[in-house]
Write a protein that binds this ligand. Structure first.
Ligand code: PLP
Length: 424
């Protein structure tokens, strides 16, 4: 365990350290993690199989020799260097990888330092594109309810307005346009409403931004990919850009490399993050088409005015390249399908539990939705008793394990989800 006694470490943590969506001083005692390897976390509550992939990111598991080697090799050469006026091979190779693997037509890459920043950049690109073309009235975003796009300003403005996450800022955030959350199955009447809303607001819309196929932190909802085609057609018809936020869904999680592929649609702008570095380091990216970049270049201010200190960080970029090569160099589709089958079988018993509203599985994502707010402490402890780390929230107990999770551990995670749903 750590050098500090666990009790002392927790007391210092409580007094000094903010946790996500946490109060200060802290009220909930976190587990202390000493190390992580493969799919296992060594914690103050014992060894736990990770059912969360550290919020969708650690797709190859922890302490992976290939990623370790990439990090160590790059560390010996250059851990960081400014990106203004300088460039380097890890960033250029990463950009090339992203362009090659993403839907056809996405050609330019902005390397951001977190998912939220990549969404900020996406919004900036779209707003600036229309300004550059002399249509400065097109400055709003349309999204559907139930979404989550991050915790900085523009992303917060397109999160679910009733999700409770950012209620404090209602009225202060940019005023965006909201459609209802998309139904799971394709409904022509919903598609018509989407089309109508885009047409009605076209003069003020810079872009539509959505999470394709899976709405993650806003409610773990799945919807028909056919809606993405509806959005593409309506955006094209009414001069609105289309942004896909693939930060949670990218790199194979839904069974396709990017969720956009389920609909064979190319967005104008695409955000990726989370699994980009296999969960090792913080990095995200915003990709755009030549049309968007050319439009920006034609403006009065022909540059994209964004350039964070850690932009293009070579260490993160080198690990991201290694993670992508590792993913593409294996039959990842079969691994995700195997996990999907394991979760379908293992989560089926949850349907019979009292208080369970829905059970759904897609790719390496398994969700049990309750008809009540989950008791997070009871549910987390129930999962830990099964030897699994889960982080339920709202009315959801869910898992998105690393793709390297073996069958026995997938079954164990599914048992833990059922136990957490039963006790939470
Ligand atoms: N967009 C989506 C779809 C996400 O799931 C998240 C994070 O959960 C974000 C954006 C924000 O990314 P980050 O937490 O890296 O800022």
């Amino acid at each position: 365990m750590p050098e500090l006694p666990v009790s002392e470490l927790l007391e210092l943590d409580r007094r000094h350290v903010w946790h996500p969506y946490g109060p200060m001083p802290g009220r909930v005692e976190p587990l202390v993690v000493e190390s992580a390897s493969g799919v296992r976390l060594r914690t103050s509550a014992g060894e736990l199989v990770d059912g969360m992939s550290s919020w969708w990111s650690a797709i190859h598991g922890y302490n992976h020799p290939v990623l370790n080697e990439a990090a160590a090799g790059q560390l010996g050469r250059m851990s960081h260097v400014m990106f203004g006026g300088l460039t380097h091979e890890p960033a250029v190779r990463l950009a090339k990888h992203l362009v090659d693997m993403s839907p056809d037509g996405l050609e330019h890459v902005f390397l951001a330092d977190s998912g939220s920043v990549s969404v900020e950049v996406a919004a900036k690109m779209c707003l600036q594109y229309w300004r550059s073309l002399g249509r400065a009235g097109k400055q709003r975003l349309l999204t559907w309810r139930g979404g989550y796009h991050g915790d900085t300003w523009q992303p917060m403005s397109v999160c679910d307005p009733e999700g409770g996450m950012h209620d404090l800022w209602t009225g202060v955030l940019p005023r965006q346009v909201f459609a209802d959350a998309p139904p799971a199955e394709y409904e022509e009447s919903y598609a018509d409403r989407l089309r109508e809303l885009i047409e009605r607001h076209a003069d003020e819309l810079a872009a539509v931004i959505v999470e394709p196929v899976v709405q993650g932190a806003g409610g773990m909802r799945f919807h028909s990919p056919a809606y993405l085609r509806v959005l593409r057609e309506a955006c094209d018809a009414h001069d609105v850009l289309l942004v896909f936020d693939e930060i949670a869904t990218g790199f194979g999680r839904t069974g396709a490399l990017f969720a956009a592929e389920h609909a064979a649609v190319t967005p104008d702008v695409m955000c990726v993050g989370k699994a980009l570095t296999g969960g090792y380091l913080t990095m995200a990216a915003t990709l755009c088409t030549a049309r968007v970049a050319d439009g920006i270049s034609r403006g009065e201010v022909p540059v994209l005015a964004h350039g964070p200190t850690f932009m293009g960080n070579p260490l993160a970029a080198a690990v991201a390249c290694a993670s992508i090569e590792l993913l593409l160099g294996q039959d990842w589709q079969s691994e995700v399908k195997r996990i999907e089958a394991g979760l379908m079988e293992g989560l089926a018993p949850a349907r019979e539990l009292p208080g369970v509203r829905d059970v759904r599985v897609l790719g390496a994502i398994g969700v049990v939705q309750l008809d009540h707010e989950v008791d997070m402490k009871a549910a987390t402890e129930a999962a830990a008793r099964e030897g699994v780390w889960l982080r339920p929230f709202r009315d959801l107990v869910y898992t998105m394990p690393p793709y390297v999770t073996g069958d026995a551990d997938v079954a164990r995670i599914a048992r833990a989800v059922c136990a957490a749903a039963g006790e939470g």
